[in-house]
Design a protein around this ligand. Structure first.
Ligand SMILES: [Zn+2]
Length: 233
């Protein structure tokens, strides 16, 4: 299960403490807004997923927003994707016929690409020495206030989880649990890993965004909303 929470009282953009965002980033955030072709809400482009139509007629998920051709943006939500398909909004956006496209397939592709992206970011961070793991190193990182996103394995004990969270809580930064100890270790090129910390604020923000999208899709699939439980710092 994935648990992720923006700290209370912060905007979704607020993962970097102290508002240390540079001007170019703010400008981009203000200008680059797109409309979800499902629910028609206008959002910063990084909160939406871009879909493009491949030459063979397949709808492709373009998380990097770099693929050529006309794109359609959707919220990373099954409801929006279903709505877009039902209303032929993808065909209108692509200006081409989209034959027999299934909303479920698109949702599946979005999930898969987000998972790949999440794993890729963490692997990249490890290679760039922006992820610390192992109890001693992580405790030291927390003590020095270097951890901008805490990753907890899903299969650690409640006691272990609570211990990490209580040390991390004073930062008021987000944490999430998504991978098992084994997967997390494999991503980091290590043995089993119960917890890891991302030390680079930009990477932490990128991972947070992807994690939030995955969480949204998972919650939707389960039909539950996590309110007021222990995922909230
Ligand atoms: Zn939407």
């Amino acid at each position: 299960m994935l648990k992720h929470k923006e700290p209370p009282g912060r905007s979704p953009e607020g993962e970097i403490p102290g508002g240390r965002r540079d001007a170019s980033m703010s400008r981009e955030t203000h200008t680059a807004r797109r409309t979800c072709v499902g629910c028609r809400s206008v959002r910063p482009h990084h909160e939406l997923v871009r879909l493009v139509l491949a030459p063979d007629g397949e709808v492709v998920v373009d998380l990097g927003r770099r693929l050529p051709g006309r794109g359609a943006h959707v919220c990373p939500k099954s409801l929006c994707i279903e709505q877009a398909v039902r209303r032929n909004a993808l065909e209108r956006a692509f200006r081409r016929n989209v034959s027999a496209v299934q909303a479920d397939d698109i949702v599946g592709s979005v999930c898969q690409r987000l998972e790949e992206k999440l794993s890729g970011l963490i692997g990249l961070g490890q290679r760039a020495r922006q992820v610390i793991s192992g109890s001693t190193a992580l405790e030291e990182g927390l003590r020095r206030n270097e951890v901008h996103l805490l990753l907890l394995a899903t299969d650690i004990s409640a006691d272990q989880r609570d211990r990490w969270i209580s040390r991390y809580r004073p930062t008021a930064r987000p944490w999430f649990a998504h991978f098992t100890k084994e997967t997390m270790g494999a991503l980091l090129g290590k043995g089993l890993r119960s917890a890891a910390g991302i030390t680079n604020p930009n990477l932490a923000r990128a991972v947070s965004r992807v994690a939030s999208m995955i969480q949204g899709l998972e919650e939707e699939r389960k039909g539950v909303r996590m309110h007021g439980n222990d995922a909230h710092l």
